[in-house]
Design a protein around this ligand. Structure first.
Ligand SMILES: Nc1nc2c(c(=O)[nH]1)N[C@H]1C(S)=C(S)[C@@H](COP(=O)(O)O)O[C@H]1N2
Ligand SMILES: [Mo]
Length: 560
């Protein structure tokens, strides 16, 4: 904006002139960026880990479309997919901004209306987002509209002034047409025109000046958005988590010393940082431990609440449990094994006193998340003696924020989507028929027992191996039933029994290994597991939807 001097802004409404569509589109993009940025800033200033307008729209999108993406659905919401969704929303917003800019160049009121609709969509999404306060949404969306309209007005005005100074419509959009000032007028494309009020600008200079102006607004928006995100990202949970002192668990299942070590096979215990993450949360719920409560409610005689300190003061157990995602493909990595510390669900249900009609097959235990997500499983599962915990620690650390801080449910033998509610807000006892958890109306089975599964970790698919002795190894799991045998087959050969590693119990995966004398050629390695009930993993291939993938995992390798 240094050369030439900034346009003199005459306070007249923009529009009605022949500013090129490209300039107007650019103005619209920068205006939309300003609106989004102000939205981010307001939410950041409001604090409390509230979602931005973009995040709220993203959450609404997930809630709306998760069902129609059924086959992909659950796994769709891994970390990368969330980034893609947010980027997508921003890109679409900017594109709509471009269209608004073009429309507003003729009739500015169209631009105003467009931004008002923008703001209304953002506000509506915000209102339905459990993590945002309505007042924040109202402030963010209305100030975003003001910023968007203001930026659009100013940029279109600047565009118009620059355009007129370059000779206006007479210059056309021909980049070569240059307005040349002459003694008593201006010579544009060979025609003599009335002298303008200010000296003429070559069109290329005017274009550069406008580009610089729009880029300046966009850069300012980027700075505001960054500041807003910085302010907002100081979520409370990380700081709260850092000062938690975990109690000693009363009961512990010892974690076995590694007995089966093969390079690149999954470690028996999955480190927290490597543990898969799946959830619908674009904004992770933030908590202040002093005000967090776990409510135990519903069809119980004595509903109660626990503070975080009260929860940690209760007798705790430590259990090693493998959890898996229903959308894990055969051979996929949406599965992990961790040591969970927490309070048995049964103890909490007993304290609340589950009412007789729902104490058995009629009953359902629902976990409610702070972000409104829900999962439910049969009361019989909660009370059949299996490991079912309100967990607050994972592998000896307070629950990581993305894995559900301050507390989550862990139920051995059930896929996460029906059981493993993170950022736990309440445990509610309801009738089985009266409630469906988040994924059920979206096409997934209401009951989700984990299917027996085995996976080859080494060798990798497509590996080129030297002939001779090599390890084939991986993991197999059937939580609550345990694994009694794992067998590997090379090509169409016989099933060969594998060596199994030590385990903490039936709820965890087991590492397995076979020493294979590899002969030159192309080979297909297959694996299958047999659970503790003696049932062998089915060969039948099924997709993850609606209740978990089946089939044998295979890997193709070359030996030379
Ligand atoms: N609040 C909340 N809890 C949730 C989910 C969710 O979307 N929101 N997803 C569930 C699903 S589908 C799975 S597989 C597990 C994954 O737990 P993890 O991310 O700790 O591995 O969390 C479960 N708990
Ligand atoms: Mo899942």
């Amino acid at each position: 904006m240094s050369d030439p001097s900034p346009p003199d802004l005459v306070p007249a409404p923009p529009g009605g002139t022949g500013v090129p569509a490209g300039w107007a589109a650019l103005a619209g993009v920068a205006a939309a960026a300003s609106a989004l940025a102000v939205g981010e800033l307001v939410v950041g200033v409001a604090g409390g880990g509230q979602p931005s307008l973009v995040a709220a729209v993203g959450t609404a999108f997930i809630d709306q479309f998760a069902a129609s993406l059924k086959d992909l659905a659950v796994s769709l919401f891994g970390t990368n997919d969330k980034v893609a969704l947010v980027v997508g929303i921003v890109v679409v917003s900017l594109a709509l901004g471009a269209a608004l800019g073009v429309a507003a160049r003729r009739r500015f009121v169209v631009g105003v209306a467009g931004f008002v609709v923008f703001g209304a969509v953002g506000f509506q999404a915000y209102r339905t987002d459990e993590l945002g306060r309505t007042a924040t949404g109202l402030a963010a969306s209305s100030l975003a509209v003001v910023a968007g309209v203001g930026a659009l007005w100013w940029l279109l005005r600047s565009a118009q002034v620059l355009w007129e100074r370059a000779g206006g419509a007479a210059a056309g959009t021909d980049a070569a047409a240059v307005a040349v000032p002459v003694d008593d007028g201006v010579l544009v494309g060979g025609r003599l025109e009335a002298a303008p009020r200010s000296p003429m600008l070559p069109i290329a200079v005017a274009r550069r000046a406008f580009l610089a102006t729009a880029a300046g607004v966009a850069a300012g928006a980027a700075v505001l958005a960054t500041v807003g995100r910085r302010l907002g990202s100081g979520g409370t949970s990380e700081a709260e988590r850092a000062r938690v002192v975990l109690p000693e668990p009363a009961g512990t299942t010892p974690t076995p010393a590694p007995s089966l070590e093969v390079a690149r096979v999954s470690p028996y215990i999955t480190p927290n940082d490597d543990f898969y993450r799946i959830d619908t949360a674009l904004t992770v719920p933030q908590v202040e431990l002093d005000s967090w409560r776990l409510r135990v409610t519903g069809l119980v005689d004595r509903p109660f609440e626990l503070t975080y300190d009260e929860l940690l003061a209760m007798d705790a157990v430590e259990e090693t449990v493998t959890i898996a995602c229903v959308s894990n493909q055969v051979g996929g990595n949406l599965v992990g094994n961790a040591v969970w510390q927490g309070v048995p669900l049964q103890v909490l249900l007993d304290r609340a006193g589950v009412q007789a009609p729902v104490a058995g097959a009629e009953g359902q235990v629902v976990g409610r998340s702070l972000d409104g997500w829900t999962a439910g499983f049969p009361m019989d599962v909660a009370t059949d003696g299996r490991v079912a915990l309100v967990a607050y620690a994972m592998n000896g650390e307070p629950l990581p924020v993305r894995h559900g801080f301050p507390a989550r449910l862990i139920v051995a033998g059930l896929y996460g989507y029906v059981s493993a509610t993170k950022w736990l807000d309440a445990i509610e006892v309801v009738r089985w028929d009266d409630f469906d958890g988040y994924w059920v109306p979206r096409g997934w089975s209401k009951e989700g027992p984990i299917k027996t599964m085995s996976r080859i970790d080494v060798p990798r698919s497509g590996a080129d191996l030297p002939a001779g002795a090599t390890d084939v190894a991986g993991v197999a799991w059937a939580p609550t039933r345990g694994i009694s045998a794992v067998e590997v087959r090379i090509d169409d050969g016989p099933w060969e029994p594998c060596e199994l590693g030590d385990v903490a119990g039936e709820n965890t995966w087991v590492q397995w290994r076979l020493r294979w004398d590899a002969r030159p050629g192309e080979h297909v390695i297959s694996v299958r597991a047999t659970d503790g009930d003696g049932v062998t993993q089915t060969e039948e291939v099924a997709a993850p939807a609606p209740d978990g993938a089946t089939g044998w995992h295979t890997r193709r390798v070359r030996v030379s």
